[in-house]
Ligand binder design. Structure first.
Ligand SMILES: Nc1nc(=O)c2c([nH]1)NC[C@@H]1CN(c3ccc(C(=O)N[C@@H](CCC(=O)O)C(=O)O)cc3)CN21
Ligand SMILES: CC(C)C(=O)C(=O)O
Ligand SMILES: [Mg+2]
Length: 257
């Protein structure tokens, strides 16, 4: 059955953990969807993982649409969420609505995710939700602010923790259906999760969140360096290298074909 934003609310109420992963192409989208994840996110981290950029900032709307369309063809069951790329939505609620609307219209994504919980972004969330577009928030380490935050853990001082909690409550009041909490102390994530009725989805935010998300390439051990909070479940990088070396050897020795 197709997962919807309501499925996630229900999972939180029933204390059933939400499983989320990222995808950037048809191949992996179909694989992880058929493996039964609840949420597939077309994350802008694909700028780094799939396209080789040093940050997520070079991601454009056109490139995001291209990847989200491919992912969409592979996803039958999971809730499909797409990141709004840097520079495409921050200017105003109206601009964000046009961009989010194109994503929903042209990719069959069911929701968009945007970064930040400052008051202007809360207004944007409210503007989108009132006009029929489900929004997932993203607090803590927001990689589109890398030049202000770096990739360090956020929410470490009591003041910073309090700000995350306040912003999470504001996003919930604005109508966000879920919030990603990235790279914050587990106690802060636990407090946010407890304070909200909408589900939190953590990445490097400890076990108290209502769900977990990882970048699929990190999970599979495909990336050459993973964030400290993303231990690989498989070392696919060395498996791929072994297969390529075996094939190379066979071709060079006249054993294949
Ligand atoms: N493959 C991949 N996985 C991710 O989880 C991910 C991306 N890419 N790209 C976008 C962001 C960037 N992320 C990152 C990247 C690095 C650290 C990291 O290494 N943090 C260290 C050092 C931080 C520093 O001081 O620069 C830490 O100990 O917090 C954390 C999150 C998470 N996101
Ligand atoms: C890691 C998740 C939350 C993300 O935003 C991304 O992959 O871009
Ligand atoms: Mg992202």
């Amino acid at each position: 059955m197709k997962v919807t934003v309501h499925t996630l609310q229900k999972k939180k109420r029933n204390a059933e953990p939400i499983v989320a992963l990222t995808a950037w192409d048809y191949l992996f989208a179909e694989l992880i969807d058929q493996a039964g994840v609840d949420v597939v996110l077309v994350g802008d981290s694909l700028a780094m993982v799939a396209l080789g950029h040093p940050t997520t900032l070079p991601m454009t709307l056109e490139t995001m649409l291209h990847h989200a369309q491919a992912v969409s063809r592979g996803v039958q069951q999971a809730l499909l969420v797409c990141d709004l790329p840097f520079l495409s939505y921050q200017e105003s609620p109206q601009v964000a609505f046009q961009v989010a609307g194109r994503i929903i219209q042209e990719t069959q994504a069911q929701a968009v995710k945007l970064e930040g919980g400052y008051s202007a972004m809360v207004d944007t969330v409210s503007f989108l939700v009132q006009r029929g577009i489900p929004v997932m928030g993203h607090l803590g380490l927001t990689p589109q602010s890398v030049h202000q935050l770096g990739y360090r853990q956020q929410g470490k001082t009591p003041e910073a923790a309090e700000q995350i909690l306040t912003q999470a409550r504001a996003l919930e009041s604005a109508g966000a259906f879920s919030i990603v909490l990235e790279h914050i102390p587990k106690d802060v994530a636990a407090q946010v999760t407890q304070s909200l009725t909408i589900p939190t989805i953590g990445i490097g935010a400890g076990p108290a969140c209502d769900g977990q998300i990882l970048v699929t390439a990190d999970l599979l051990g495909l990336t050459s360096k993973q964030p400290p909070f993303a231990p690989p479940y498989l070392n696919l990088r060395s498996k791929v290298q072994e297969a390529v070396q075996a094939y190379s050897q066979d071709v060079r020795q006249g054993k294949f074909p």
